[in-house]
Design a protein around this ligand. Structure first.
Ligand code: ADP
Ligand code: F6P
Length: 320
């Protein structure tokens, strides 16, 4: 193998740049030529490639977003369009591809490998931490650090005004961001899609806190549960607590990646190159018990992501 390409696709995540840097430099270190593809699968179809040098990925390890840009490309679901993408790659003499993204990105990658025999390795990059088969995805740690920074700030004003704050966080259908940030930020209640909740229990916890002199409360709501506005409405209808809602939104997707995400991305990028050189395809790089491994895409797809629910019970126990 002489020439490979790398792209970022789907929702961006802090640490994607560090992963691109690792793929490029690890590839060059092992004697490969590495091309960057702009705008995910859109760039693949259009042949929007650029040869990367070790210097071209300098000064990006600390930057959020993705230097290669990202895009949603619904056309890639069409087999004829995928054929064109493989032709573009082959026309440039590119023999394998590393895709950095989430499950949608991997579905496209798997089809490229299965239908067109094009070797592909995936690297999980999403703030949601919702990819089965890996303990962590690139960007998750930075996102939860951003969320706890916001919670700490909200707590200041919540205390001054003795209010109850309902904070909505991202995560799509997964509760990981709410769960980890809720535990680390000392939230009074955490609502995640993987666990049902009753508003009466939440109010009971608020009352219990108020009775022991708490001046504020923070309730963290994963977007997969529903709207924080609805939760606030239910509390105000049933109690005298004054509520405010904060929807954190895309602030969670930006910012300089944490050391954890930079190290994870660097290890995963190098592993992706190693797997390609071993002749592997249709695999995703994963971290399990701090070991970086390759697992078949089907293993990731057949599994169901489940957050660490012991953290949910611990958070409940510690926020009495
Ligand atoms: P993520 O990778 O973060 O899950 P998306 O779900 O938006 O983000 O997927 C990223 C891209 O992957 C899509 O824009 C599309 O180009 C490609 N993709 C998603 N689903 C499929 C599919 N079923 N078949 C082929 N390509 C797909
Ligand atoms: O997958 C990352 C994510 O930020 C989710 O947490 C969120 O539901 C979604 O992407 C938002 O997507 P968009 O940036 O297209 O609004």
């Amino acid at each position: 193998m002489k020439r490979i390409a790398v792209l970022t696709s789907g929702g961006d995540a802090p640490g994607m740049n560090a992963a691109v840097r690792a793929v490029v430099r690890s590839g060059i270190y092992r004697g490969l030529e590495v091309y960057g593809v702009y705008r995910g699968y859109s760039g693949l179809i259009q042949g929007d490639f650029v040869e990367m040098t070790a210097g071209s990925v300098g000064d990006i390890i600390q930057k959020g977003g993705t230097k290669l840009y990202s895009a949603r490309c619904p056309e890639f679901k069409d087999p004829e369009v995928r054929k064109k993408a493989a032709e573009q790659l082959r026309a440039k003499g590119i023999e394998a591809l590393v895709t950095i993204g989430g499950d949608g990105t991997f579905t496209g990658a798997m089809k490229l490998s299965d239908e067109l025999g094009f070797p592909v390795i995936g690297i999980p990059g999403t703030i949601d931490n919702d990819i089965p088969g890996t303990d962590f995805t690139i960007g998750f740690d930075t996102a939860i650090n951003t969320v706890i920074d916001c919670i700490d700030k909200i707590r200041d004003t919540a205390t001054s005004h003795e209010r109850t704050y309902i904070v909505e966080v991202m995560g799509r259908d997964a509760g990981d961001i709410a769960l980890w940030a809720g535990l680390a930020g000392g939230a009074e209640s955490i609502l995640i899609p993987e666990e049902s909740y009753q508003i009466s229990n939440i109010i009971e916890r608020l009352n219990h806190g108020a009775a022991r002199g708490k001046k504020h409360s923070i309730i963290l709501v994963a977007e997969g549960v529903g709207s924080a506005v609805d939760v606030a409405k239910q509390i105000e209808e049933r109690t005298d607590y004054e509520t405010r809602v904060t929807v954190l939104g895309h602030v969670q997707r930006g910012g300089s990646p944490t050391a954890f995400d930079r190290v994870l991305a660097s290890r995963m990028g190098a592993k992706a190159v190693e797997l390609l050189l071993e002749g592997k395809t249709n695999q995703m790089v994963a971290v399990r018990n701090n070991e970086i491994i390759g697992i078949d895409f089907v293993e990731a797809f057949n599994g169901k992501h489940q957050p660490n629910l012991s953290l949910y019970h611990l958070a409940g126990e510690l926020s009495i």
